[in-house]
Design a protein. Structure first.
Ligand code: ADP
Ligand code: MG
Length: 345
């Protein structure tokens, strides 16, 4: 089932913030990540889709059907939250079977379905245990099995991995992808973890201050962010305040650089985005956008180094990444530079 939010605005009673004119569409079977900093409105999106909040403007539709006024249990959504939220007094199997019980599925049938789901998340042998005796990762697998047991049309995952250790997180991330694809459920996963969003999702919606900044594939978000905020969410970078001097040229204060200025007119204030891996180290004299300067701090990360490089005349260093850090000069290949809107403030 597709999932559509069309010009959705919402405000919590008495609160200044909520969601502001958000339009997002997830295709049938798509895994869409909702990314943004804490308090940006990510969970609000999920709560609205689930039917846990009322009083929004705009339209929310599941499979083309407007769900305004449709109660939670009739929306056929499965939900998993950061805090596992399992019923402590029920066994693992009873937890998984819970949604089926609510739907009136007979005992034998729901026990079989619960065991089948538990088998798929690798926990069949823990079916009789209480949730409290399981590790965090296991509990979250149970929560996932419970959400999927009802064959939801839409699966809503609200930071499902945030409470787990790094190793388990990685593993469960892959499992979520496998289970989600097997189930075919259209899925929204909320995360503030960049790697999680970019590696897991078909597309990512970036939300800030209740507004949708951009929705696109991970690759396009990284390569062509709409603004410096999205650039910051999708990876390390240096953002330089700049001004367009003429077509294809920007002035960053300490140098004039070749860059694709797109629709920006001469005189416009802009930002120039430089990704660390696009800084060429010690290029030959005569290379386009070559900048002399001084090396700064170097951090070793095994496969590569992150390094600072201070171009002559610049106030702050650029962040680079390469096997061998720059010593005397760098070059910024014009095709890799992105001209973005100026900072809002
Ligand atoms: P996120 O999940 O991105 O961290 P939320 O969607 O939970 O953010 O919240 C968005 C904004 O709405 C925040 O500013 C938060 O403080 C506010 N908010 C969330 N829940 C409530 C509530 N029940 N009452 C009032 N304000 C709320
Ligand atoms: Mg949240």
């Amino acid at each position: 089932m597709s999932l559509t939010l069309e010009n959705v605005s919402f405000r919590y009673p008495g609160a200044a913030q909520g969601l502001d004119d958000v339009s997002v569409q997830a295709r049938q079977g798509e895994l869409l990540a909702v990314m943004g900093r804490s308090g940006s409105g990510k969970s609000t999106v999920l709560r609205l889709v689930a039917g846990l909040l009322d009083g929004y403007h705009g339209r929310i539709a599941i499979g083309g059907e407007d769900v305004a006024g449709v109660p939670v249990w009739r929306r056929h959504v499965g939900m998993v939250f950061q805090q596992y939220a399992l019923f402590p007094h029920l066994s693992v199997a009873e937890n998984v079977a819970y949604g089926l019980r609510m739907r009136g599925v007979k005992t034998a049938e729901r026990e079989r379905a619960a065991l089948d789901m538990l088998d798929r998340v690798g926990l069949a042998d823990l079916a009789a245990r209480r949730p409290m005796s399981l590790s965090g990762g296991q509990q979250q697998r149970v929560a996932l099995a419970r959400a999927l047991a009802v064959s939801p049309r839409v699966l809503l995952l609200d930071e499902p991995l945030a409470a787990l250790d790094a190793g388990i997180r990685q593993q469960l991330r892959d499992e979520i992808r496998t289970l989600q694809q097997a189930s075919g459920a259209t899925t929204l996963i909320v995360t503030h973890d960049r790697d999680e969003a970019l590696s897991l999702a078909d597309r990512v919606a970036v939300i800030d201050n209740g507004r949708l900044l951009q929705i696109d594939t991970p690759q396009r978000l990284y390569d062509a962010p709409a603004c410096a905020t999205v650039a910051g969410f999708t990876g390390l970078s240096t953002v330089l305040p700049a001004r367009v001097t003429r077509l294809g040229m920007v002035d960053v204060g300490f140098a004039e650089l070749h860059a694709d200025t797109g629709a920006w007119r001469p005189g416009c204030a802009v930002s120039l985005l430089v990704r660390p891996e696009h800084i060429q180290c010690d290029p030959p004299v005569g290379t386009v956008n070559r900048l002399d300067g001084r090396p700064g701090a170097v951090r070793f990360f095994g496969a590569s180094c992150r390094f600072d490089f201070l171009p002559d005349g610049a106030a702050t260093p650029l962040l680079g990444e390469s096997r061998t850090p720059a010593t005397l000069a760098i070059a910024l290949a014009p095709e890799h530079l992105r001209v973005l809107p100026p900072p809002v403030n």
